[in-house]
Design a protein around this ligand. Sequence first.
Ligand SMILES: [Zn+2]
Length: 346
Amino acid sequence: MLRILILAALIWWGGKFLRFSRLLRLSVVGLLYCVVLLLHLTLPPLHGLRQSTGGSVEPWLLLGGFGLLALGYWRIISMLRTRAQPKEPPMSDAAPTFSGTELERYARHIVLRELGGPGQKRLKQAKVLVIGAGGLGAPALQYLAAAGVGTIGVIDDDIVENANLQRQVIHRDKDIGTPKVFSAQAAMEAQNPYVIVRPYHRRLDAEIATELFSEYDLILDGTDNFDTRYLVNRTAVALGKPLISGALSQWEGQLSLFHPKQGGPCYQCIFPEAPAMGLAPSCSEAGVIGPLPGVVGSMMAVEAIKHITGAGMVLRDELLIYDALYGESRKIRLSRNEECPICNAT
Ligand SMILES: [Zn+2]
């Protein structure tokens, strides 16, 4: 029996040394256990193989039972740890006050049991950075501003084009030719003069990402290129910032909140490699139904508000997929990739 246990330990730790995933190592050890159990259940009692693996089936059954109990216990603990979220994010000492007009403006929030006055104050204190003022960024920005998020940064190097206006409703016809961040800023400030908007008319690159992200509490990514997505994820993970990531293609959208500092995967755990050229065509190549960015971008704003105020359960460890063509939505459970070079390095 001891020899089998040593072999199992060798598989487990040797596999870990060779960087095999936990699931693979667990499967091989489980297979070894099943083989030994099968030998004991099928061979006669005095068979050499049975004698050399303990002689009796009872200790193996007992070991299997303990193993299952330990596995169940570990699973429950890791689920609880992942699910545990701070319900009451700390509020700074200098809690903001509201004017009469602001109180009236946010009244529909304040009467919500899950938000109330404290939730609205947290929104006013919050600093949110939105990457991209295009399809997903535009609705997210509009709702974050309307909801009273105190400081909203937006970075994008694009200018408004005629072909954007079928879906990016924050920009108007007269904005064609204007940098998107300035057009978005004007729309947000016109809608809610009680928020601060910081536009950055440039492309996000590694040179500025760390310094820029460190000024914000929460990052929303609505970009359409993988290089930027990986840069955003890398920087957010390194700084321990939560990242709400959304994506679109034709009729389908998806979103999730990644915050490995509090458990769960990062973006690159789920999408380890950019798809090959041509496999993930952009909106301009493949098309996108106009209201879809509005749906998914608004969902990103909802997740942001929930994260900031501690209301409900955010989409952490879950990917929500919305299929507009069939009016369906579903959720996929996400887990950390132990081989991920991004979140395992921190
Ligand atoms: Zn990761």
